[in-house]
Design a protein around this ligand. Structure first.
Ligand code: ZN
Ligand code: ZN
Length: 624
């Protein structure tokens, strides 16, 4: 079982996560954002594709992935299916990859609908349960049960109760691993705080009889804001003005109308009222010309958010010279777009609208809206939950760094991983670490370090290159490195590594110490860089000191040798052979092999306490 983060870890990247279970690929989300995920990095036959919601960064490249895996089953909610049609047909990939409408329809029409709370079974050991994500109409998070482990992939979520989409609920089912987005704001701003500011600006604009133009993404935010503003008109907190919806905002609203029963937010009933009261009005392509020029003040929400083309650009061109009017952006805009120029320009500065230069006279505001929530909401959620591990994807680096620091300080019992693009995690190991993190048992280290030695000994025997860098990478990938950084763990890591290096070097009743010496040397170099020279010297001194006891245990098959490694030296000649190899390989660390006499003496002392071991002792030392 593996998870590969094909894309979506860093900001501005489309989401695509690949689970490999029983040699099958299961993809979660398949987005497009300025670019495609690197599909060539998908190294499994994709059998299932789960889409969380209809935003481009989660569904935008679905048609392309389906070209590669035409037989893959696609799962999404019914509203997501309808909204995805809008999203995909609005994308620029349509031109770049020449996706005809027919192909979009074909892919979209063959999806399997999933519903909150209805389990999807995949094969014998995987079940997927869609749960409420909030965020936008139809958005789902997926709770994935593989054997007895529970993994929750959030997609985008809202930690606050949005007017229409509602709120994400983390099920209290003992999620082992949470793979979560982290678009949470570091500041205090939430949807509602930002809306207060926007309402203030709108009130002022209406007083001046100006127009409010909101260039905005088509799906989600536009419907939330329009409904929220309409509810403020109903409660007389805003003067009665028309709220117009245009461009793809209008198309997405149609889907909201059709599936309003599936809305979860506290304004879902108001939604119907404001729609039937005509507070939110569609602008058809035919009507647009007249409506734009109408005398009355109005609010219009329209696409595209970056003013590259289309209706939003037409509205702005019409009112840029009007000092009474205001353009409000609700999120960061791309560089080199008219939207960006408009935000950056000073009053009166000329802005080039494809050949026509117009001076900026209207008001321009950027009031960022974060529907995801802020980091303190997120930490609160983690605190209340019983999740054992968290993997952060899809969010900005600053939030990730902030959360990493908090986790390191206050959530030491929760496993945290912040993967980069194309990182791959071994799911079994990760889950094992997650489960054990809360107690941080030696057992986990033991398990991992045994695996490390098994792997590296194989490579060593085949004379493949292993160096410090490979070992470091391995430790990092298996999440041991952060444990090693803890001073108290160093000794355990060092001695467990030695023990298993020995185990995998045991053959024909003797031990060849070439590999153990090699692994200890590399490990020591790594540890030295973290903890300094003196710490490493201490470890080698300790190994030197305990060497006689180690050999005694090998002969009498006692201590850890007996408990875990199940190896023994059963004749004097084998003991001599082993000691010789020890001497040859460990003298470079100033570690001496004990003498046969010394070992014999220790064995005799042990026999006094434990007479059962006499026959084992005699088998080795009978010749002396
Ligand atoms: Zn989204
Ligand atoms: Zn997203």
């Amino acid at each position: 079982m593996k998870i590969k983060f094909i894309s979506g870890c860093s900001i501005g990247k489309p989401n695509l996560i690949l689970f490999s279970v029983n040699n099958e690929g299961i993809v979660f989300d398949c987005g497009y954002q300025y670019e495609m995920p690197d599909f060539t990095k998908i190294d499994k036959e994709v059998k299932h594709i789960f889409i969380t919601h209809a935003h481009a960064d989660h569904v935008g490249s679905l048609t392309i992935l389906k070209r590669m895996f035409p037989d893959a089953n696609v799962y999404m909610s019914e509203p997501t299916k309808e909204l995805s049609k809008i999203t995909i047909s609005n994308l620029e990939i349509k031109q770049k990859y020449r996706i005809p409408k027919k192909e979009i329809d074909e892919v979209i029409e063959t999806v399997n609908f999933v519903k909150e709370g209805e389990i999807i079974k995949i094969g014998d050991n995987i079940k997927v349960l869609p749960i409420q994500a909030g965020h936008i109409l139809g958005a789902l998070s997926y709770l994935i049960r593989i054997d007895s482990e529970l993994i929750l992939y959030t997609g985008d979520i809202s930690l606050m109760n949005l007017p229409l989409a509602g709120q994400f609920f983390l099920p209290q089912t003992g999620t082992d691993l949470l793979i979560s987005e982290c678009n949470f704001s570091l500041g205090e701003e939430t949807f509602f705080k930002s809306m207060e500011k926007i309402i203030q600006i709108i009130s002022n604009t209406i007083k001046l009889k100006g127009k409010v133009i909101m260039p905005i993404p088509a799906i989600g935010r536009a419907q939330e804001i329009a409904t929220y503003l309409a509810s403020k008109i109903l409660s007389n907190e805003l003067p009665r003005v028309n709220i117009f919806i245009d461009g793809s905002v209008r198309d997405a609203f149609k889907i909201y109308d059709r599936y309003y029963l599936m809305l979860k937010g506290y304004l879902k009933d108001t939604y119907l009222n404001v729609k039937s009261a005509g507070l939110i009005k569609e602008v058809s392509d035919v009507m647009r010309k007249d409506i734009i020029k109408s005398e009355q003040p109005y609010i219009v929400l329209t696409t595209p958010a970056n003013l590259r083309h289309g209706p939003s650009l037409i509205y702005v061109q019409e009112y840029i010279l009007d000092e009474r009017s205001t353009v409000i952006f609700t999120g960061k805009v791309e560089e080199k777009t008219i939207a960006k120029k408009l935000i950056m320009a000073r009053k009166g500065e000329l802005i080039d609208f494809e050949g026509v230069a117009l001076g900026k006279r209207c008001g321009v505001h950027l009031i960022e809206i974060n529907e995801h929530g802020n980091v303190s909401d997120y930490l609160q959620l983690i605190k209340k939950s019983s999740v054992k591990g968290v993997i952060l994807t899809h969010g900005n680096d600053l939030t990730k760094e902030f959360l990493s620091n908090i986790f390191a300080k206050d959530f030491q019992n929760i496993y945290l991983s912040v993967p980069k693009e194309l990182d791959e995690l071994n799911l079994e190991l990760t889950l094992k670490v997650c489960k054990k993190m809360q107690i941080m048992e030696e057992e986990v280290l033991d398990f991992l370090i045994e695996r490390m030695n098994k792997e590296f000994k194989g490579l060593f025997d085949e004379r493949k290159t292993i160096n410090e860098e490979n070992i470091l990478k391995w430790l990092e990938n298996q999440e041991i490195l952060h444990q090693i950084k803890n001073h108290e763990k160093v000794k355990s890591v060092f001695f467990i590594a030695f023990r298993y290096a020995v185990k995998y070097s045991y053959r024909d009743n003797a031990i060849d110490f070439t590999y153990p010496a090699f692994i200890l040397e590399n490990l020591a170099n790594i540890l030295e860089k973290i903890h300094g020279k003196s710490a490493i010297k201490m470890l080698f001194d300790q190994l030197n000191e305990t060497a006689p006891k180690f050999f005694k245990n090998l002969v009498l098959k006692g201590g850890t040798m007996k408990a875990q490694l199940n190896i023994e030296i059963s004749s004097l000649s084998k003991l001599k052979e082993t000691l010789k190899s020890f001497e040859e390989n460990f003298s470079r660390f100033n570690i001496k092999a004990p003498s046969i006499e010394e070992i014999k003496k220790l064995c005799e002392e042990e026999i006094k306490i434990n007479p059962d071991l006499r026959s084992v002792y005699e088998r080795v030392f009978k010749e002396i």
